[in-house]
Design a protein around this ligand. Structure first.
Ligand code: HEC
Ligand code: HEC
Length: 329
């Protein structure tokens, strides 16, 4: 009995410590936010005792964008700053185009779009215009931003020339100061995680989720917002999350993002197997409809989701994914 009481006490202390660490790591409005918190990260690492502590390869040699303090203090700088603020507090500065009430651009492009292996803005900026098979044409940088508003943020595309679009382009251009124009620049996009030995599995993914993710993102995947509606922890599925048309709903993108960046501050600690398993678990839940949906889940799958890494239109635990009540904006 005594041993058990001690066990419960220790568990409670660990839980309290974890809450403090999470409070410290929680994203804050840009002005107050520090880049990454090494102390808290180390402490969390100690609690989680990860199997293989290693950060992805490209991060070390990646291009360094200018520091926030170097932002120009003039008319152009004001628009760069606005782009930064839209990127990190999207609902506050661009609610007219934002459909997700629990996500910022920086929820998936970490450290305000600076972090290598987290699809950083500076690498994206020097990579367009470029041909994409997804829509079979040459895409501009602006059209990629529009796409992330429509799908990743489940919102509406700001029209060309809109101040929101101009501000985001200005911020990305400024972050790319001194970078070569080169779509193969190190640190671009999310790393590709090789397919693991066992095919990704829901039950194993669920286990990874409750052990390594639920603490922050919630057992229901809905995340948490603060009193001002700013996401503390973004939603992984459900009505406040990205929709079925988003890049993150593809297991390749999701496993790459997760392996490199999650749990927050502990990127590179999950095995490839764990990253794919938990990506599959996350994307086996209902989320807002693909805006390209025209009435039939099967037809939408055939046209836009015909890939083994895409669960839209497949049946998981008796539920046809994409047939949920959640609708796109
Ligand atoms: C739910 C996660 C998520 C959110 C939120 C998100 N993005 Fe993305 N973004 C992605 C993914 C995944 C990709 C790349 C894969 C794809 O689209 O096929 C991407 C790609 C991009 C690219 C191109 C990157 C490259 O190197 O080619 C840009 C630019 C971009 N996003 C900007 C934004 C902006 C601006 C916002 C906010 C309006 C935003 N994103 C919100 C997940 C997200
Ligand atoms: C310590 C808290 C914490 C833990 C643990 C954590 N995350 Fe996150 N996660 C965050 C935060 C905070 C963000 C947004 C990053 C930002 O704003 O800087 C995020 C972003 C994400 C995103 C992109 C945004 C979205 O909502 O889709 C995904 C996907 C994600 N996490 C998945 C996971 C998975 C899977 C795990 C477990 C392996 C995990 N996270 C563990 C805090 C955490």
């Amino acid at each position: 009995m005594k041993g058990r009481t001690l066990g419960v006490l220790i568990a409670a202390m660990v839980a309290i410590a974890a809450v403090f660490i999470i409070m410290a790591m929680r994203p804050e409005p840009a002005e107050k936010r520090k880049p990454v918190v090494p102390d808290a990260t180390l402490a969390l690492a100690a609690i989680a005792t990860p199997a293989t502590p290693a950060r992805p390869v490209t991060a070390a040699i990646a291009f360094q964008p200018p520091s926030e303090a170097a932002m120009p203090n003039d008319e152009f700088g004001k628009v760069v700053k606005l782009g930064h603020d839209i990127f990190t507090q999207t609902e506050r500065y661009a609610s007219q185009y934002n459909g997700s009430t629990n996500m910022n651009c920086s929820s998936c492009h970490l450290d305000a779009g600076r972090l290598a292996d987290s699809a950083p803005l500076w690498a994206a900026f020097v990579s367009y215009p470029a041909y994409r098979s997804k829509n079979d044409k040459v895409n501009t940088f602006a059209s990629r931003i529009q796409g992330c508003f429509m799908y990743s943020m489940n919102g509406k595309a700001p029209p060309l020339g809109d101040p929101v679009l101009i501000a985001l382009e200005s911020y990305a251009y400024w972050l790319a100061s001194g970078a070569p124009v080169d779509p193969t620049i190190a640190g671009r996009g999310y790393p590709k995680v090789p397919k693991p030995p066992l095919s990704p599995d829901y039950a194993r993914g669920q286990q990874v989720f409750s052990q390594h993710c639920a603490l922050c993102h919630g057992a229901d995947g809905a995340g948490q917002t603060d009193a001002n509606g700013q996401p503390n922890f973004p939603a992984l599925w459900g009505e406040k999350s990205f929709n079925w048309g988003a890049g993150m709903s593809n297991l390749k993108n999701a496993s790459g993002f997760i392996k490199a960046n999650m749990p927050l501050g502990l990127g590179g600690t999950l095995s490839d197997q764990q990253a794919w398993d938990v990506a599959l678990f996350m994307n086996s839940h209902e989320r807002p409809q693909d805006p390209r949906f025209k009435g039939s889940v099967a037809a939408t799958r055939a046209q836009h989701h015909d890939s083994p890494n895409d669960l839209y239109g497949t049946t998981v635990n008796g539920h046809l994914l994409g047939s949920g009540k959640l609708q796109a904006n």
